[in-house]
Design a protein around this ligand. Sequence first.
Ligand code: NAD
Ligand code: DAU
Length: 336
Amino acid sequence: MRLLVTGGAGFIGSAFLRRTLRGNTYTALCNADKLTYAGNLENLPGAAGDARYSLERVDIADAEEVERVFASFRPDAVVHFAAESHVDRSILSPEPVVRTNVHGTFTLLEAARRHGTPRFVHVSTDEVYGSIDEPHDADESYPLVTASPYSASKAGSDLLALSYAKTYKMNISVTRASNNYGPYQFPEKLIPLMIANALEGKELPVYGDGQQIRDWLYVDDHCSAIEAVLHKGRAGEVYNIGGSRALPNLDVVRRILEATGRGPELIKYVADRPGHDRRYAITSDKVKRETGWKPAMEFEAGLAATVNWYRDNPQWIANVRSGAYREFYEKNYAGR
Ligand code: NAD
Ligand code: DAU
């Protein structure tokens, strides 16, 4: 199977590529990535030396570039991760978010339609359900109630993907996962930012009262679920993927302080995020029932592994914060 992965240099896409390159299910893996600030080829050690792997530095919202990739690579399946993924950035600067997440997804769907691509998995988020009041959890039929430009753009792209499944009878599934954490996550999201700051003895900015609830999913569990949906998911269906570990943000921050040997004096309460969703909560019964997937990582072990990874990789943190990995790109990939 020839698999086209979009956004494979990002946090989750790179975990997915590392996983698939370890196995032998795919004969060719093409990574279509624009390499924005969030795309980092250091996340893919060894990939460039694997004959099955290729990189296409493309913008998914550019129809000509996307057509060239589909025509030359001829994918049997697409797993679409590429997105502007950070809520705070989407509030500060919505334009690239709408462009990549909505128009980029549309451009890929159109290319897949033209080329008769047999399978397409659109990777989305539980944020599309918005804030869920206790004691409810959202299943896949829950209404979409979005707060940020990011979640609205993801909801729009989900609906586009589902419309292509229905109208053009394409074999497309949508996944909606909860908050991912793990190695190689850009230090702008809660867990990696707090770990990186704690390791350096910097303040940990907690929005509002810190009692917002998120459900935490280890990135490798997310990737195994996506692969299960790729092979066993049904056309036109949505699959929630949760970690079944809901925690208030402050609880997560305190655990990070403990794991890094720092004290609570580093916590700094700052202004709340505009439109901040209070609680995310989903059920994952459908993906478990239909594909047999279940998560393997307990939060305590996953957080410990993540803290250790950041502690062992200060240069990675320094590089992504400074943008130095661009030099790595020029040195290792120029001309490819
Ligand atoms: P990320 O920000 O770490 O990586 C995004 C990747 O997409 C980067 O490699 C970037 O270079 C690439 N990209 C951005 N714009 C592009 C464009 N126009 N053309 C081509 N490539 C482009 O994101 P992530 O956290 O790995 O998220 C991956 C996907 O999973 C996203 O679709 C996101 O909505 C979804 N998701 C993320 C989470 C999470 O907790 N991080 C949870 C659920 C779903
Ligand atoms: O739910 C899935 C979503 O999870 C994904 O679709 C998004 O791509 C991903 O970014 C994430 O969105 P969140 O907004 O939930 O994640 P973030 O890490 O930005 O924030 C998690 C919580 O922590 C949220 O309640 C805001 C809070 N927070 C975040 C940061 C960066 C803080 O209190 N301080 C911070 O500095």
